[in-house]
Design a protein around this ligand. Structure first.
Ligand code: SF4
Ligand code: ZN
Length: 707
């Protein structure tokens, strides 16, 4: 048998099963029965990606199967092999979607099954920044459970996202190995068809971030090949079905590495008998480079641990800024004041702290460098959260003087002490900010009185000074703006224009961040944009900004405004914190944040809004933006400003209330503006919302018509 025979045979087998399953479902539920995956705007994302058709019910699914059949040509050449691989993947998607009929929840912990659109959007940023350098798909059972877990662990330590299908899941359970999205190990399901749930992630990345249109199969395959750094590790024994699925993976550009002696296809189907070498072979095959920072600590350091949760019972001690005095601070010093890599601990170490107790902590990272600017201090400081979270067994929340840090017993027992906090901060600041930091030292304080004194006399005044600087930063007061194209790895035509009053739509790049990024890496993603040639002040359009956008989008965009949602709005990549969209009845806009899963009065959920807004194209009437932008005086300035906001989820309202109220007071002399804005407890439909707004006398009702 040739490889083609095996692929065709596997494809035929799966096709047969799929046909039976669909027929049985139609028999049972009728052809009109609705069928789709939950929490996605694409119904069956892979089928939609390949054909551009959204399947709505079982009858349409049967028709779709007919379309799949047309892909199953049987000439022994590469094209037919790939297409049969794709056909197998689509059949797997059909079999899996049938499990979700009637709103069923077919997967039980630890398995995830289908992943929501929201999960894919969340993965966008770390994939773009290289924080997640790759995606591993592990299929089947390793020779021994220990070898399987060791392989997973090796990927985790590199920050690679791991998905599991089949016997490997039982092997993790057998050894009590922790899995879950928070540690970037996602068991999908035990049937081989569950592999489609990771394929679906890759396909939706192309639809969401890449602006690939459904039906553009060639564009889709090009995108996944070039931009989704995934690969497959398939354990022996392989059957025809797995091989056929593998052909699908290869068609998408994902190499398959296996320990079974089977056919070999250079760069695509690779035999590696030694499972301990799977990691290295896979990374090489997919050309994934891992950034290593050597940090002298007794536990692992990897972004896979960022979402790790430490429960009360597992914790050795807690530093809790909400109860006692704590702070973290970066300070610029003269080079002569700093001894590089000096780490000092002032006060008792963790050994002397009662187990489970709440303690004070303060740490100051002192830096010096010829190109260092005080403006960069908050940029470094904000990264501490992520640095400390990457320590295995450490959880960090908050910032400035409102931090909370939990340390697990395991990590303490492994030898982790206070000086290691200094080691982590030192190593990361030195490596990530090498362009501006020549020398760095860290001081850690653990005596309560010291923390109190330093918090009030040193840290808080420093934070206040920074805040003053921030409020004085307006779009008018600065000489230049910055571009950010970090997201082009995923959204090739997307450009953010970052100004003091309009941060990047991901919420993670402020004007100061962009400025620092530019200084740190002058050829990097953030470039200076001058703002000398104003075209239209009302909507914030500049000739220089247009030139920059045209250049950085490689001609995909001609012009953008900074302050309008209707005229030439900025594009969205896919990782926006919020989306606002016009709600015609109330003559205003509704805003939904990513965390909000419910309905908006626009008649769409966040995911549905997001599917109209992403991909680096301009969509007048809809706009992705950061949370902070909501209280900006430049928010929709062209359409009348924040007074247009008629609805937001309650939680978002609470987050932005203080600043938004201040802005509304300043712009329109309205008190407690936020109370006039509807939320899901008031209305999820336009009519009820309108009645509420009328009762409150909301300003949008008397403003000029938006459309
Ligand atoms: Fe992406 Fe824009 Fe954020 Fe840059 S500022 S990372 S381009 S969303
Ligand atoms: Zn983005």
């Amino acid at each position: 048998m040739t490889l083609f025979d095996v692929v065709f045979k596997g494809n035929d087998a799966v096709y047969g099963l799929t046909e039976q399953a669909i027929d049985a479902a139609i028999e049972k539920h009728g052809a009109d029965k609705a069928v789709a995956f939950p929490d996605t705007a694409y119904s069956l994302p892979c089928y939609y990606g390949v054909t551009g058709t959204k399947v709505g019910n079982l009858g349409e699914l049967k028709t779709a199967l007919g379309v799949v059949k047309t892909l199953m040509t049987r000439n022994p050449r590469l094209h037919d092999g790939f297409m049969s691989g794709i056909a197998t993947a689509l059949c797997a998607e059909f079999i899996e979607v049938l499990k979700y009929i009637d709103g069923a929840a077919p997967y039980e912990a630890p398995c995830y099954g289908h992943l929501a659109d929201a999960v894919i959007r969340e993965l966008g940023v770390p994939l773009v920044t290289g924080d997640i350098p790759g995606v591993a798909v592990i299929l089947g059972a390793a020779p021994t459970a220990q070898e399987g877990v060791d392989l997973i662990k090796s990927y985790q330590a590199q920050g690679i996202l791991v998905t599991l299908v089949g016997g490997i899941i039982d092997q993790c359970e057998e050894l009590g190995y922790k899995t879950g999205a928070n540690v970037r190990v996602i068991p999908l399901g035990k049937d081989v068809t569950a592999v489609i749930h990771v394929v679906s992630v890759a396909v939706r990345a192309a639809l969401i971030f890449g602006n690939i249109q459904g039906g553009d199969a060639a564009g889709l395959m090009k995108y996944t090949f070039e931009r989704v750094p995934a690969f497959v590790n398939a354990f022996a024994p392989l059957d025809e079905v797995i091989v056929a699925c593998g052909a699908g993976a290869i068609a998408l550009g994902f190499p398959v590495i296996t320990n079974e002696e089977t056919f070999r296809v250079p760069k695509s189907l690779i035999v590696q008998k030694d499972v301990s070498k799977f990691n290295a072979t896979s990374l090489e095959a997919r050309d994934i480079k891992i950034k290593i920072t050597n940090i002298d600590i007794p536990v692992a350091f990897a972004s896979a641990f960022e979402g790790e949760i430490i429960r009360r019972g597992d914790m050795q001690v807690e530093f809790d800024g909400s109860r006692v005095d704590c702070f973290e601070l970066v300070q610029t010093k003269e080079a002569s004041e700093i001894e590089d890599h000096k780490i000092e601990v002032f006060g008792p170490d963790i050994d002397e702290m009662p187990v489970g107790s709440k303690q004070s902590i303060g740490y100051i990272v002192e830096v010096a460098g010829k190109s260092m600017q005080t403006d960069f201090e908050p940029v470094f400081e904000r990264k501490f959260h992520s640095y400390l979270n990457c320590v295995e067994g450490m959880m960090h929340t908050g910032q400035r003087d409102m931090i909370r840090i939990r340390l697990s017993k395991d990590t303490y027992n492994a030898g982790f002490r206070l000086k290691h906090i200094g080691e982590v901060l030192y190593a990361k600041v030195k490596s990530e900010f090498a362009a501006v930091v020549d020398k760095c030292q860290v001081k850690v304080y653990s005596i309560a009185e010291d923390c109190t004194k330093l918090r009030h006399e040193l840290a808080i005044p420093a934070f206040d000074k920074r805040d003053e600087r921030l409020t004085s930063l307006t779009d008018e007061s600065v000489g230049v703006y910055y571009s950010c194209i970090m997201c082009q790895a995923f959204s090739p035509s997307h450009v953010c224009v970052v100004t003091p009053e309009r941060l990047g739509l991901c919420g993670a790049v402020s004007w100061l961040d962009a400025k620092a990024t530019n200084e740190l890496d002058p050829q990097g993603p953030c470039q200076v944009i001058t703002k000398e040639k104003i075209i239209d002040e009302r909507i914030g359009e500049y000739e220089d900004v247009n030139d920059a956008v045209r250049k950085f989008s490689q001609g995909a965009l001609d012009d953008v405004s900074l302050y309008s949602i209707i005229e030439k709005p900025m594009t969205s990549c896919g990782c926006f914190e919020c989306i606002c969209g016009i709600e015609p009845l109330s003559n205003g806009v509704c805003i939904a944040n990513r965390e909000y899963a419910g309905m908006t009065p626009i008649g769409m959920t966040f995911s549905e809004l997001a599917s109209m807004t992403g991909g680096g194209v301009q969509t007048p009437g809809f706009m992705g933006h950061g949370k902070h932008f909501i209280s900006s005086k430049k928010f929709m300035k062209a359409e009348g400003g924040v007074a247009r906001i008629v609805w937001m989820p309650k939680e978002l309202k609470e987050t932005v209330a203080e600043r938004l109220n201040a802005t509304a007071k300043e712009l329109y002399n309205i008190d407690n503006f936020v109370d006039m804005i509807g939320d899901e407890t008031v209305a999820e439909d336009p009519e009820t919302l309108l009645a509420f707004l009328e009762e409150k006398g909301h300003p949008a009702l008397t403003m000029e018509p938006m459309m």
